[in-house]
Design a protein around this ligand. Sequence first.
Ligand SMILES: [Zn+2]
Ligand SMILES: [Zn+2]
Length: 233
Amino acid sequence: MSRALDFISDLIYPNWCPFCQEVIPWDAFCCKSCRDKLETADFCKTCGMSVCDCKTVSHSYDGCAVAAPYVGKVREGVLAFKYHCGFNFAKLYAPKLCSLIREYGFIGGDTVVTAVPMSYSRKNTTGYNQAEYLAKLISKNLDLPHSFGLIKKRGGTVQHELDADERAEAAKRSYVQKRGVGLSGKTVILCDDIITTGSTLSACSEVLKNSGAERVYCAVLCGTVSAKKEDNQ
Ligand SMILES: [Zn+2]
Ligand SMILES: [Zn+2]
């Protein structure tokens, strides 16, 4: 049914590659030329960092799956997804993210998929929350229920203008527990588009655990590749 809708909507709004904006067939997620040039990288399955910081930083989540590095074409693609309805980016990477989630053993007996919440003002500008869009794809692919509104988001701090410590402090203030949310005994898969220091995911995981979640695993489309890695090379 949704394939039929995709076909029909393609007649009205042509399907486009999230990396180069070229028009592509209605059932493709990117053009062939971009598909062959997409950057890849490995990330720690516990902290989600390209250079593991498990020994120096304590994250509140129990594991993190990251599909691709936030560089080059992938970076263009995730920005298109975040700000310009480039939904094909998430459709392309969701299956990879789901195989990592399975491979890492992130699915427990009673598992629910959720997303990092967005402030109302941001959602009003873009019209959608990209993290929720990803969470719905993951929930469908893994045949798990999804639930939003588990975390309350306070007014917006612009995270990317802050350093690591400021980010962690701001994130802790931004995400708060919501009354009436009970997650006792549950495993939660928390979705987001980009991981930088992990402070947002940590703050949200802490809120989920305060609401009773037994384990919180993150599923993220891309991760920044640490400058530290270049120093070590
Ligand atoms: Zn392309
Ligand atoms: Zn690590």
